[in-house]
Design a protein around this ligand. Structure first.
Ligand SMILES: Cc1cc2nc3c(=O)[nH]c(=O)nc-3n(C[C@H](O)[C@H](O)[C@H](O)COP(=O)(O)OP(=O)(O)OC[C@H]3O[C@@H](n4cnc5c(N)ncnc54)[C@H](O)[C@@H]3O)c2cc1C
Length: 476
């Protein structure tokens, strides 16, 4: 019997019993449709799902204890921006548990460099709260106006500044969470060092709602940089981009905060679908990079950046470029980069991927993979992403004038071929979006068997009835 078969979907009687325990204003049945959607429209949640919006950790504990006893599946829900279907369940009607009413900043100490926030706090609000105290919470991504800290931690989100500050895991010192049976883990510590056995915080980060519901977190703050230097550069090839990355690290060391690679296909889609967004180059370069450094002194940053760019121009690695001359121009550069996923969505991908590779293998991968992939179908490929982290979004689109639905039957074969190429080079099938439901079968196929067995054992130990986000991460 699979995990899902041991469960039962939520029913009207359960909804009434839950409403009697935590208040009818906290429960809706059926759940409003926006809680049953995911950003790319690939999966719709079960129409008979219920929604609960607890106000505090105690209520989350009571809800989970209730569902544990009745074997009702629970899908934790943050901002709904996840890209792998982790927040949407279709097989059975679950209880969708939204953290949207738990969004308080419980405390913020610039002196200690930490803030404690509730899981439903929206990332942009957390960034703003840190900035109001002259500190930086550096996690940053295009979805930051909607995604939540709970979702960020549950997916171990990355974004555009991982190179300098690390991903969500590196920015979290402690977690408060409710386990499947309703027990509360009081782990809101602010220690930088704590080697007291297995680390539940690290297990919960990246567990995508399958091991516990994160209710609050202690986050690490950084000093706010006073100045930025940002350049958009056309490069001769991915190999030149990699040389440039190393030159930038040598010139700027930890001041280099972002290093993004963008293919010509991104420019083509942007021109076609979002023509109003200002493009950094008149003619689309075959490859380009958007890089940024942050520090305390603008003059010094620019001098180092320019020195490095001049050397790269002389050596032919860089063929054209723009330096942001104002904050407005800097924002325009980033707006272009962050709008690429929107243009992709408007074109309509057959299937999208978020892979990572050892840095040195990326140029050969980008050179060789397209021919291998196109043996299956003549797809257009849009490769772009966080080159500094070895992380690429590698998405397949139908040939011009064709519809993605014509190729839907080939999506699995396309992904499988890609993942074979990636794993053969020591890469990962999911760099930052997680596994969710869309990649659960791929994980079962490509994960190290010992790691997979350990994951299943951990799941069974922490959630013996399998109520937490069934079908996400671990298939079957
Ligand atoms: C335009 C766009 C750009 C994006 N860019 C990036 C990017 O650069 N880097 C990146 O990493 N991601 C990116 N994403 C993906 C997404 O924004 C992140 O995965 C984000 O962390 C999800 O947060 P959320 O609050 O929306 O979570 P949701 O989508 O609501 O949920 C995601 C997963 O986390 C679980 N979950 C949510 N809240 C909790 C909780 N409190 N406790 C336990 N489990 C929970 C859910 O069950 C689900 O499995 C992007 C998405 C979009 C739409």
């Amino acid at each position: 019997m699979t995990g899902i078969e041991r469960l039962r979907g939520i029913e009207e009687g359960d909804v009434a019993a839950l409403a009697a325990r935590i208040g009818s204003d906290a429960v809706s049945w059926p759940a409003p449709s926006r809680y049953l959607e995911e950003p790319r429209g690939k999966l719709a949640g079960h129409p008979a799902s219920a929604l609960v919006r607890p106000r505090n950790t105690g209520e989350v504990a009571r809800i989970l204890a209730f569902c544990h006893e009745r074997r009702i599946p629970v899908v934790p829900y943050g901002g709904g921006t996840g890209l792998v279907g982790g927040q949407v369940m279709a097989d059975l009607p679950p209880l969708v548990l939204s953290l949207e009413r738990m969004r308080a900043i419980r405390s913020l100490s610039p002196a200690d460099g930490v803030m404690v926030v509730e899981a439903g706090a929206v990332l942009a609000e957390v960034q703003a709260a840190a900035a109001a105290h002259d500190r930086l919470f550096p996690l940053s991504m295009a979805s930051e106006g909607s995604c939540t800290i709970g979702g960020n931690l549950a997916t171990n989100a990355g974004g555009v500044q991982v190179l300098r500050y690390g991903n969500a895991r590196a920015l979290c010192l402690g977690i408060e969470a409710v386990l499947a049976d309703g027990r509360i883990h009081h782990g809101l510590r602010s220690l930088h060092k704590d080697n007291t056995g297995y680390d539940l915080r690290d297990l919960l980060i990246g567990s995508e709602g399958t091991l516990g519901v994160i209710t609050a977190a202690t986050l690490k703050l950084h000093m706010r940089p006073r100045a930025h230097a940002t350049a958009f550069l056309a490069v001769a090839s991915p190999s030149a981009a990699l040389d440039l990355l190393h030159a930038a690290l040598a010139a700027l060391d930890e001041r280099l905060t972002a290093f993004e690679l963008i293919s010509e296909q991104s420019f083509v889609f942007m021109a076609e679908k979002l023509p109003a967004i200002r493009r950094p180059f008149g003619t689309a370069p075959a490859w380009s990079v958007l890089m940024e450094a942050a520090g305390s002194e603008a003059g010094e940053l620019e001098e180092r950046l320019l020195g490095m760019i001049e050397a790269a121009l002389a050596e032919g690695q860089v063929t054209d470029g723009r330096l942001a001359r104002s904050e407005r121009e800097r924002r325009e550069f980033w707006h272009f980069r962050e709008s690429i996923p929107l243009a992709n969505r408007a074109v309509g991908a057959i299937v999208s991927h978020d892979i990572s590779l050892p840095l040195g293998t990326i140029p050969a991968f980008l050179r060789d993979a397209p021919a291998q992939i196109r043996r299956i179908a003549p797809v257009r490929i849009n490769a772009f992403g966080h080159l500094g982290d070895g992380n690429l979004h590698y998405n397949f689109f139908p040939p011009e004038g064709r519809d993605r639905r014509e190729y839907a039957a080939l999506a699995a074969a396309l992904s499988e071929r890609l993942y074979e190429l990636v794993t053969a080079r020591g890469g990962s099938i999911s760099a930052e979006h997680g596994i969710g439901r869309f990649r659960a079968r791929d994980l079962a196929r490509f994960a190290d068997p010992a790691a997979l067995a350990a994951m299943r054992a951990i799941k069974a130990a922490l959630d013996p009835r399998g109520i937490l986000n069934p079908g996400a991460v671990l298939a079957g």
